[in-house]
Design a protein around this ligand. Sequence first.
Ligand SMILES: Cc1ncc(COP(=O)(O)O)c(C=O)c1O
Ligand SMILES: [Zn+2]
Length: 397
Amino acid sequence: MAESGSLFHHLECRGCGRTVDPARPVGTCPGCGHTLLAAYALDRLDGRRWLADLPSREASLWRYRELLPVGRTGAVLSLGEGFTPILPIGPIPEAPGILVSVKDDGGLPTGSFKARGMAVAVSRAKELGLSDLYVPSAGNAGIALAAYAARGGLHSRIYLPESTPAPARDACALYGAEVIGVPGTIREAGTVARTREADRGSFDMSTLREPYRVEGKKTMGLEIFEQSQPGPMPDAVLYPTGGGTGLVGMAKAFRELAELGLLERPPRLYAVQPEGCAPVVRALAEGADRVTTWEEPRTVAPGLLVPSPFASERVIESVRSTGGGGMTVTDREILSAMRALGHRHGISASPEAAAPYAALPKLLRRGDVKPGERVLLYNTGTGLAFSVDALERSLRD
Ligand SMILES: Cc1ncc(COP(=O)(O)O)c(C=O)c1O
Ligand SMILES: [Zn+2]
């Protein structure tokens, strides 16, 4: 067993079934190019005992160290991330009868849930001896990589679409990252990044193209489970979906909890996407196993402007495995939801993070969620860097 208590054992590819030794840095499967996922020796953990021990541990995501891939405690790069509150907000007028709560990741270091994935992935990168990391990002992942790289004394380069809001660019630079602006969406940023970085010996931290960010995002599901104790889990979790890593992470958490004998039925996961860029919701509706590229993507939510998510098979499979589904929202509905969350509930949400609030009444009308159910809206990031007025004006232009 690793000194940290981690039960991390090997990496496996769900594309071709190959097993990969995790002792060296690796991106995607060397056999077929699909996403590698971490597997743990769960048979060595007594689930009930583990659950009973959790309340005595630190209030951060590292409390789940057995189910995280970092082997040495000394390798952990922490800014105090995780264990964010679940705020009950009761029924809302647009969705009568639903018991609504918000898991609020707005208070995480760097202001979004991206801190979860990067805390774990950058810690693991450092543990494996990497020193030069890059990522194409819509903003938040870049800020998080920059911060954790700074914390660990590593170099980072962030490839941002030129349309990325200035505060995100400035934040990356504040943490000492090199920032490269690229015309187009995150798709083009990814292509430019991979071409420019090809011979530099640097490491690609893109979502689902390396195995460990999803482990950090898994803690969203672990926290929802632990914080619901001793009561029941929510019936449904509504999640703003771009690359979809959060959905893959939460579904993985539920699988591992089931394997530990702690969870019988997972909450249904719902992917929420903007009408102007909804490849995952479309694939779910069509019964497809993977997405097709969304043409002419447009939305006010930068993190949801992902026309062609990598490893979409894993995202679709994650949603389906829980019996969930998808829903689209308009940009106007997103902006109204930002206002409602702020005015009514004192909660600041970015445009991405407000999308689930907008989706809830639509899911209720369609019968996907039913009166009497408990629904958790995932607030993935703070809205403090956004002006709703300016975004509304941009829609009129
Ligand atoms: C605030 C926010 N929410 C949601 C997302 C989408 O995340 P995922 O890649 O897990 O779908 C992003 C991605 O940039 C984001 O910044
Ligand atoms: Zn493979």
